[in-house]
Design a binder for this molecule. Structure first.
Ligand code: MG
Length: 169
């Protein structure tokens, strides 16, 4: 379970502030695309994402997109947002995060990965030894595999919430 439990869970990516990262010594952020920055297959990001990216960049957080999707999906969005990218990332394998560290000149302690899927994003972050941020998916998927995954994820999120409460008291 430890490998699947995110370090931080947020309602959406724009809830993540530079301060949340910086106080943990994190200066670089890898970002998933589908259901984290934008609706699957849609090039326009979710509302608020562009402004949020401006704030992150202004605070000196180095950014890179790390997506399992094909280059033809990732490139146009990355170019629009002015971000470097790694496509076909093969998350949950950690290899793309090692590449992200190199690309951004950050060690694993300075890097975080934010994404919407426990079994790809959170697990990849854990395996790479980088800080994991899980966000609620922007839109629900219809395919049964995703619905099953989301059910399992909701258990993990409940566990996260319980742990947070324990730590608080
Ligand atoms: Mg995703």
């Amino acid at each position: 379970m430890g490998l699947l439990l995110p370090r931080l869970f947020l309602e959406n990516i724009t809830f993540l502030t530079p301060e949340m990262l910086q106080r943990r010594g994190i200066s670089a952020l890898a970002l998933d695309v589908d259901n984290t920055l934008a609706r699957p297959k849609i090039k326009t990001p979710f509302p608020g994402v562009c402004d949020w990216l401006v704030g992150m960049k202004a605070a000196g957080i180095k950014l890179v997109i790390v997506s399992n999707a094909l280059p033809k999906r990732v490139r146009p969005l990355a170019e629009d947002l002015g971000l470097p990218f790694i496509s076909l990332a093969c998350k949950p394998f950690p290899i793309a995060l090692f590449r992200a560290e190199k690309k951004l000149g950050a060690g694993r302690k300075q890097l975080a990965l934010a994404g919407d899927q426990v079994f790809t994003d959170t697990l990849a972050a854990k395996l790479a030894g980088v800080f994991s941020v899980l966000v609620r998916p922007g839109v629900p998927e219809k395919h049964w595999i995703y619905r099953l995954k989301r059910q399992l994820e909701s258990r993990i999120i409940k566990r996260y919430v319980v742990n947070q409460k324990k730590n608080r008291f």
